[in-house]
Design a protein around this ligand. Sequence first.
Ligand SMILES: [Zn+2]
Length: 388
Amino acid sequence: MLRMFFPIIFSFFCISNLSANGGDDQLRKKADEIAKEILIIDTHIDLPLLLLQKDFDVTVESNNGEFDLPRANKGGLNAASMSIYTSSRTENNGSFKRADTLIYLVQQLESKYPDKFTIAVSAEEVEQNFKKGIFSLPMGLENGSPLEGSLDKLHYFFNKGVRYITLCHVKDNHVCDSSGDTTNTWNGLSPFGESVVREMNKLGIMVDVAHVSDSSFYDVLRLSKVPVIVSHSGCRSLTPGFMRCMSDEMLKALAKNGGVVNIFFGSTLLNNNVRNEYEEWQKRRQEYLKIKDHGETQFAVENPINLGSIQDVIKHIDHAVKVAGIDHVGIGSDFDGVDLLAAEIKDVSMYPNIIYELLKLGYSEKDIRKIMGENFLRVWKTIDKNKG
Ligand SMILES: [Zn+2]
């Protein structure tokens, strides 16, 4: 989750790079076939927050956000980690209650549509659901704030079905320091954060080091007895100075740990130029809207946004594979949680476009299976097997 503003209504007016759509038909057909055949798991989708803001039927195709079941089926998606997201602003101010509400909304999906959705609590369950044609919804807590300094609350969320926890969001919290904060409150993990990581290892909850500072990342790697995950991130060498993404050194350390980094799709996160242009665009928009009779639509027509390209996603996947190795990379789109998405990967119907681009780069079907889900499931199984 890193959405600053919802530009959905502007989509019609935006510039994008659609050149990839004219490519090799046979390869495209193969990509579609692979997407249908293999287990695809996306490790980070912010649907629960969207459902809190807007009640809609996710089993019907719509343009509400980036996820619904018909579009997921079209894209070959079989499982999506539901982000139980709490903002850094809610630390000590309602984060536990908010997390509980979002979990309830995921539970509602399962109870309303038992033949369509299941909250999966193990990798094996995801695999079984895939065979049965049921869509898996594992849950991940994005931000450790709702733990509120209590290991009992960690057990509570485990019992509710939460299977990964992103230790913090964009600000330092009571668990650890964040990549989005320069305060260095703890210089890594807090003492409570250390006990959280130990207890997560015991329970079999995956430790997610997306969003954490470099110091927190290395603290977790030193402490964790099992591999860790990065539910949604990218490669810092392609976004110089952007601390939210991982350095090559971190990618190598993650591979040594046996973990997996799942690459996000948001263009402002993957490309510094797109992010800078977007920030400028937002400033212009604010100035424009201050003037009487000026409206959003008119501004969008006069100021098209650069949405980026699927090549940004592919470059990050390919770089992560080159540095960490083919066994340590996956996908974690951050759908429903990012500001800008390229036209070729703008919702859950478009995973075949990623497969197509990887095929074009010479990736084998075996490699693609690993990236699209097997690597993440392997790590989850390892964590589960070594709990206790
Ligand atoms: Zn996030």
